[in-house]
Design a protein around this ligand. Structure first.
Ligand SMILES: [Fe+2]
Ligand SMILES: [Fe+2]
Length: 148
C-alpha cells in the first residue's frame, strides 16, 4: 500500500485509574496494532483474524464500560453509548470488508478512521468519567470506592 499506517503508542496518560477499564483499553490498543501491522505487511490471514478479534473485544469492552457507567449514574451515558455504537459498527464493517476484499489502500483508509475513533474514545470521551466522578458524581459510596 502507498502509506504505512502508524501504530498507537500506549502511554500512562491514557490510563483512567479504573484498573479493569485500563486493562481493556490497553488490550484494544494491542489488538488494533496487530491489525495495523498485518495490513502493513499485507498478511491477509493475520489482518482478518485480528479484525475479527478487535470487533469481539470491543463488544465485550463496551458492555463492561456501559455497566460501569450505569453504576456510577453517568449523566452522559446515552450520548456515550451512541459513540460506542458507531465505533462498533465501523469495526464490524471493517471486519466484513477485510474478509471480502483485498485492496490494502481502501482497508488502510477505513482502519485509520477506526483508529482515530478508538483514540477519541480512550483519550477523549472516557476521560470525562473521571471529571464526572470528581464533580457531579451522584453516588457517594461508589465515588469513594473508585477514587479512594
Ligand atoms: Fe472505553
Ligand atoms: Fe467509551
Amino acid at each position: 500500500m502507498g502509506q504505512r499506517l502508524s501504530q498507537i503508542e500506549w502511554s500512562d496518560r491514557d490510563k483512567l485509574g479504573f484498573t479493569d477499564l485500563d486493562i481493556e483499553h490497553r488490550g484494544l490498543v494491542e489488538i488494533i496494532n496487530r491489525v495495523i501491522r498485518a495490513i502493513n505487511e499485507d498478511d491477509q490471514v493475520q489482518y482478518r483474524l485480528h479484525a475479527n478479534n478487535f470487533a469481539q473485544a470491543l463488544i465485550l469492552h463496551f458492555a463492561n464500560e456501559e455497566t460501569f457507567l450505569h453504576e456510577i449514574r453517568y449523566s452522559h451515558l446515552d450520548k456515550h453509548r451512541a459513540h460506542h455504537q458507531s465505533l462498533l459498527e465501523g469495526a464490524l464493517a471493517f471486519n466484513r470488508l477485510s474478509h471480502s476484499m483485498e485492496d490494502l489502500d481502501t482497508l488502510g483508509g477505513y482502519l485509520e478512521e477506526i483508529k482515530t475513533a478508538l483514540l477519541e474514545d480512550i483519550r477523549g470521551g472516557d476521560h470525562y468519567f473521571l471529571k464526572f466522578l470528581e464533580t457531579e458524581g451522584a453516588d457517594k459510596t461508589v465515588k469513594a470506592r473508585l477514587l479512594g
